[in-house]
Design a protein around this ligand. Structure first.
Ligand SMILES: NC(=O)c1ccc[n+]([C@@H]2O[C@H](COP(=O)([O-])OP(=O)(O)OC[C@H]3O[C@@H](n4cnc5c(N)ncnc54)[C@H](OP(=O)(O)O)[C@@H]3O)[C@@H](O)[C@H]2O)c1
Length: 344
């Protein structure tokens, strides 16, 4: 592992579903010192343990539970980088304020993902897109910056599409089965989701289709040229707590066999040498009934994507932890990449 000077970081939206995952990821991080927890006026002024009074896990360190939550404003935050887990409408006005105050914002929100000068990043997929940072700073006059990670269902898809690129991807179809935590604490009522499947998630299909093309596009030194293959998505909410499962169909020019696709998954090793990088980004599950959220979502500390049921076509199932690999862990990995490249 690289030796890196520690920097101060904060979390905007620290009390939510993703914010709590950030706390877990940062509480004992070798490169990041968590100094600020920020949330809405509802939570500001309270100890974090009381403000985040519903819990995803019992592993909240005492020193974090005792920290006082501050209101979200740059003057309340003395950090080099902030992780944003804010709703998109809030992020739209808040994140530029932090970037113009000189901080780098590693954002989970969708507000800026499709801006041409904002990197949409998965380190194992498109680390070269960080070349957009100087373009963004020139265009916006910021000392800081905004760097985004994709929607939680796009990450499982894009990570598994990356090793397929050499086969010549022509067309992708995906049907998602998404966990309730993907909608946040207030997102889906228990009365609506128990004993049910909801075949609609607002704006989700558009995000999956558009973000995959930006992620797998080519950075030409000033802009990202989107990938040219079509992506068609159908998104569904299912009664699972954590872990998005996706059925994927890919048509490829080389028409690879399932064995060739399995080998490509097994050989995919970006080797970035970052603290949150799992030993295996993609884990191939050969059992006929895997991957499953309950069995596989925590693989690689929640940072691995599991694939299985690779069949002719090509068809396969991908599954990953939506609030870790698909959200907080993804942002932390982006920040680790930037720090390791001397960009923070
Ligand atoms: N959940 C996922 O799997 C997932 C995956 C990828 C991306 N995302 C994105 O990540 C972001 C957070 O999602 P989430 O699921 O964690 O949402 P959430 O559970 O609803 O949490 C929202 C957070 O934002 C704060 N907040 C809400 N309104 C605010 C306001 N007006 N001013 C300041 N702070 C405000 C809340 O603070 P209080 O507690 O004080 O109200 C809370 O900390 C969203 O943009 C979402 O689309 C989520």
């Amino acid at each position: 592992m690289n030796t890196i000077k520690t920097i101060k970081v904060g979390i905007l939206g620290a009390t939510g579903a993703v914010g709590q995952r950030f706390v877990e990821a940062l509480a004992d991080h070798p490169w990041f010192e968590l100094t600020t927890l920020a949330a809405s006026e509802r939570s500001a002024g309270k100890p974090y343990a009381r403000a985040a009074n519903w819990r995803l896990s019992s592993q909240l360190p005492d020193e974090v539970g005792d920290m006082t939550v501050v209101p979200i404003a740059p003057q309340n935050v003395d950090c080099d980088l902030v992780f944003s887990a804010l709703p998109a409408d809030v992020a739209r006005s808040v994140e530029p304020a932090f970037a113009s105050a000189g901080m780098v914002v590693a954002s989970n929100a969708s507000a800026f993902r499709q801006e041409p000068d904002v990197p949409l990043m998965i380190p194992e997929v498109n680390s070269d897109h960080l070349g957009l940072l100087p373009v963004q700073r020139d265009a916006r006059g910021w000392d800081g910056a905004i760097v985004t990670n994709p929607n939680c269902s796009v990450i499982m898809l894009a990570v598994t599409l990356k090793p397929m690129i050499p086969f010549g991807i022509e067309d992708v179809k995906v049907a998602t089965m998404q966990a309730v935590s993907g909608a946040g604490y207030d997102g889906v009522s228990s009365m609506a989701i128990l004993d049910n499947v909801i075949p609609y998630i607002g704006d989700e299909e558009e995000k999956v289709e558009n973000e995959a093309q930006k992620l797998l596009g080519q950075f030409d030194g000033s802009v990202v040229q989107d990938a040219t293959f079509d992506v068609s998505a159908s998104c569904h909410r299912v009664p699972v707590l954590d872990g998005h499962t996706e059925a994927v169909w890919i048509r490829m020019a080389d028409d690879p066999s399932p064995e060739e696709v399995r080998d490509a998954f097994l050989n995919f090793d970006p080797g970035l040498n970052l603290p949150s990088e799992p030993e295996r980004v993609i884990i191939v599950r050969d059992e006929p009934d895997r991957p499953q959220p309950r069995l596989d979502r925590d693989a690689g500390n929640g940072m691995s994507v599991s694939v299985g049921r690779i069949r002719n076509g090509i068809r396969y199932i991908a599954m990953g932890h939506n609030t870790v690999r698909g959200a907080a862990g993804a942002s932390v990995l982006n920040a680790e990449l930037m720090l390791s490249m001397g960009l923070l």
